[in-house]
Design a protein around this ligand. Structure first.
Ligand code: MSP
Length: 531
């Protein structure tokens, strides 16, 4: 059996996220890679808004990092093995392959409809994944961390995990799905997770920011300190999975294969150079119910395979509908398509990013979307664009003037760009958007005081309108991560060339960049909705 060696890479290794201000940023400024992942979704049913919540947040973070010049790799995909999916297929009278081939494209299509900019879409049924899993787990087996034993336990098929008796509700129900658990007894292979208790504690202590928010880090750490049991990682009861390379009567347990998707996609065991470039500088965005898998199992699996644990895991809360988690196993699902049809893509993206801070639970309701839409999009952003375009038309012949260097708004914009950047860098879209809307509100307030629509054309009107146009330029860059299509539309209407997503912050956020241009009024971006 090999020793547990961690950290695997000597300090200051090649890969690493370079944060401005960190000591590593000085030495490794050239390597600014940002690898962001969503969990891969079970293809049990069509995607719902709970899935969209994770995916839109990950997309916004990916787009933000592109905007600050990072090289980004954004991965999402589908988790296709295991009993949950096999049973869903059986219920439909089709094979798991037919079922997953039918469902996986629905996830890809939902993400395309939501303007998700993923660089790859991995399906765990793909040969590239089977090869990577067999190599990764083969390595763990060779290192002596996988052994054969008999397991008896209480299993929830919906969660695809075993529970201890004291974790159940009313002694029989799974605590998440409230469905009866099943007694399973299997001879299978075990991962010696218990051996990783101390290495995991050491890892948590040496990397205090690896799991955020802190409450979730503490939860994972106290789970580890409470003692870890070895985990059963193979099944003989089903054959829908990745075959164990050293014993083909077994397939790997779905969670054990799923986690490896994160390294499959960056070339694990296939393209070592690519893998080294992207690992371990990863940012896993996950829901709170899968904390143990990502913050206990996965780092231990990485150590067992001889690679570094993931650099960041960010844990978010749930979207609740009537106080319940929206899920496939309940009747309360709403599809992203329903919402897009009703509100449009960018308003939904904005709502998902703006109304539930990452880390907290949030209530999802049609009234909530409408009131946010009216307050922020119709009355503020849409109104600012339309009134500026109208007055530029009537007072400046449609040509947008240049901004005033000494406008009060210059100071507000500088502060907002800094605050929003900090929030995006910290993985907090809600705070970033809140800051951005402060700039929009202040600009509307400034216009109400100056009333350029009542004044005679001249330098006063020009400087007021030029500054408002400059705010619109800066705002369209700042909203690229949240509302990419709206950002492009505003950019074009104020007469700018190219695309706001091609701008690079912080340079493009400095006051004074609006060169003047042909301003187009167009139809209202966000017509007010009935409450
Ligand atoms: N397949 C596993 C993940 C494997 S990752 C190696 C899984 N899939 S899932 O489809 O059940 O859920 C995936 C993610 O969807 C959850 O972690 C969570 O991020 C998100 N959500 C599902 N329902 C949600 C809400 N109601 N609210 C917020 N996010 C939700 O777990």
């Amino acid at each position: 059996m090999s020793d547990i060696r961690w950290p695997v890479r000597p300090a200051g290794g090649a890969a690493g996220r370079c944060r401005p201000g960190s000591p590593r940023s000085v030495r490794y400024r050239a390597v600014s890679r940002y690898f962001i992942t969503t969990p891969i979704y079970y293809v049990k049913d069509a995607p719902h808004v709970g899935h969209a919540y994770t995916t839109v947040n990950a997309d916004a973070l990916a787009r933000w990092h592109r905007l600050i010049g990072d090289e980004v790799f954004f991965l999402t995909g589908t988790d296709e093995h295991g009993q949950k999916v096999a049973r869903a297929a059986e219920e439909q009278g089709v094979s798991p392959t037919q079922w997953t081939d039918q469902l996986a494209p629905r996830f890809a299509a939902a993400w395309a409809d939501l303007d998700i900019s993923n660089d790859d879409f991995i399906r765990t049924s793909e040969p590239r994944h089977h090869v990577a899993v067999q190599r990764f787990l083969g390595r763990i087996y060779d290192n002596g961390w996988i052994v054969k034993d008999t397991y008896r336990g209480l299993y929830c098929v919906a969660c695809e995990q075993y529970y201890a008796a004291d974790e159940l509700l009313d002694d029989t129900l799974c605590p998440i799905h409230r469905l009866p658990v099943e007694h399973l007894e299997e001879e299978n292979y075990f991962f010696r997770l218990s051996a990783f208790e101390q290495p995991l504690i050491d890892w948590y202590e040496s990397a205090p920011g690896a799991v955020v928010p802190e409450s979730k880090r503490n939860e994972a750490l106290s789970f580890i300190k409470g003692g870890l049991r070895d985990i059963s990682i193979t099944r003989t009861s089903i054959d829908w999975g990745v075959t164990v390379p050293w014993d083909d009567d077994h397939v790997f347990y779905v969670w054990y294969d799923a986690l490896i998707n994160y390294v499959t996609a960056i070339g694990y065991g296939e393209d070592e150079q690519r893998f080294e470039e992207w690992w371990p500088a990863v940012h896993h965005l996950i829901g709170k119910e899968i904390l143990r898998f990502h913050c206990v199992w996965w780092p231990a699996m990485c150590m067992a395979a001889g690679i570094d644990p993931p650099a960041h895991v960010q844990v978010h809360g749930w979207l609740l509908l009537g106080g319940e988690k929206m899920s496939n196993s309940s009747v309360n699902q709403i599809t992203p398509g329903d919402l897009i049809a009703e509100f449009g893509v960018d308003p939904i993206r904005y709502h998902l990013l703006r109304d539930t801070p990452l880390g907290s639970d949030g209530d999802f309701s049609s009234e909530g979307i409408t009131s946010r839409y009216n307050a922020d999009l119709a009355n503020n952003l849409g109104n600012l664009l339309s009134r500026v375009a109208t007055v530029v038309g009537s007072k400046c012949g449609g040509t947008g003037p240049r901004p005033a260097p000494d406008s009060r708004l210059a100071g507000v914009a500088t502060a907002v760009v800094a605050e929003a950047s900090e929030a995006w860098n910290a993985g907090q879209p809600q705070q970033a958007l809140e800051a951005t809307w402060r700039l929009i509100r202040e600009t509307n307030a400034e216009l109400e005081v100056a009333e350029p629509w009542k004044a005679d054309p001249g330098p006063g009107v020009d400087s007021t309108l030029g500054s408002a146009l400059e705010v619109l330029r800066i705002v369209s860059i700042l909203i690229v991560p949240a509302m990419p299509a709206t950002a492009r539309e505003i950019w074009a209407r104020i007469g700018l060339e190219g695309s706001p997503s091609d701008q690079r912050l912080p340079a493009a956020g400095s006051w004074g960049g609006y060169p003047g241009g042909q301003v187009t009024k167009g139809v209202p971006l966000f017509p007010r909705r009935k409450a």
